[in-house]
Ligand binder design. Structure first.
Ligand code: FAD
Length: 263
């Protein structure tokens, strides 16, 4: 089974500043890591490979330093990796990201694509389903269990919040996975050393299309989303700490609530 895992590099902290003019994340100087959900996607792929055979390719789109997430995937057991990196891809919203990834997936060839259910920075959960739509294949989101795998189909359970749904999905297909699915293995020091010189293929726009007119689907030009304004929500709640005997506090609370109700 040819499995492609989508891995995104995300900031290691949630305290990332926003560029007030461009409305984009200020990523310079911020430490990065693999999107945690994508480690579960990779773990699922490696287990499926053990079960039914095949190979696992990791695919990432990002600046040159995103190679680090592919190297981490190598030290967990991925067979090959492709990094999509080109100025033409910069400023991509979820549609342009999905488009670019889907072009690369078509070029690599696949039976199954596995993505995290969301990223910890953009957090939209749109890229997995977007890629599936562009590839015209079925997808199942929020997968928490893979019960059965054959070369023709998978039986999976997904989490719909209020209920779980178990379904069979034909291959080729795409899954987005939740953190309940598995416990990702730790990167192996031995594998890290062994794969130190293993190449990472880097593809740009010209590797994905020979048609210049399709340039408009990549990067900022292919992104219909416009960020109007990014701001921290105004804090309206005021926190007070009261001290006193339970009787005093109960009386004070009574008057406070009565007054607040009258407002
Ligand atoms: C107008 C606009 C401009 C933007 N400009 C920039 C910019 O200049 N630079 C920038 O870095 N971001 C930019 N972004 C953010 C960018 O659109 C998102 O990071 C990207 O589209 C992925 O969306 P997400 O993080 O919500 O992923 P989600 O849909 O939440 O991710 C789900 C899964 O999809 C896969 N995935 C998502 N993104 C990638 C990826 N890049 N490579 C491989 N797999 C992936 C992963 O498996 C992930 O777990 C911009 C967004 C907008 C709206």
């Amino acid at each position: 089974m040819k499995i492609i895992v989508l891995v995104k590099q995300v900031p290691e902290t949630s305290e990332v500043e926003i560029d007030p003019v461009r409305g984009t994340l200020k990523r310079e100087g911020v430490l990065s890591k693999t999107n945690p959900y994508d480690l579960h996607a990779l773990e699922a792929a490696l287990r499926l490979k053990d079960e039914v055979g095949g190979e696992v390719t990791v695919l990432s789109m990002g600046p040159p330093q995103a190679e680090a997430v592919i190297r981490e995937a190598y030290s967990m057991g991925a067979d090959s990796g492709v990094l999509l990196s080109d100025r033409a891809f910069a400023g991509a919203d979820t549609l342009a990201t999905s488009f670019t990834l889907s072009r690369a997936i078509q070029k690599i060839g696949f039976d199954l694509v596995i993505a995290g259910m969301q990223s910890t920075d953009g957090d939209t959960a749109q890229v997995g389903p977007g890629v599936a739509e562009l590839l015209d294949i079925p997808h199942v989101s929020y997968v928490r269990e893979i019960q059965k795998a054959t070369p023709e189909a998978l039986t999976v359970t997904c989490d719909h919040g209020d209920y779980f749904l178990t379904i069979e999905v034909r291959i080729p297909c795409l899954l987005t996975v939740s953190r309940d699915l598995n416990q990702p293995r730790l990167p192996s020091y031995r594998k890290k050393k062994l794969t130190k010189d293993k190449p990472v293929q880097v593809w740009g726009r010209k590797d994905l299309t020979s048609d210049d007119s399709s340039e408009e689907y990549f990067g900022l030009d292919g992104s219909p989303t416009r960020v109007e304004r990014i701001f921290a929500p105004e804090r309206k709640r005021v926190r007070e700490i009261w001290e006193g005997t339970p009787g005093d506090l109960a009386g004070r609370l009574y008057h406070f609530l009565k007054e607040a109700r009258g407002k």
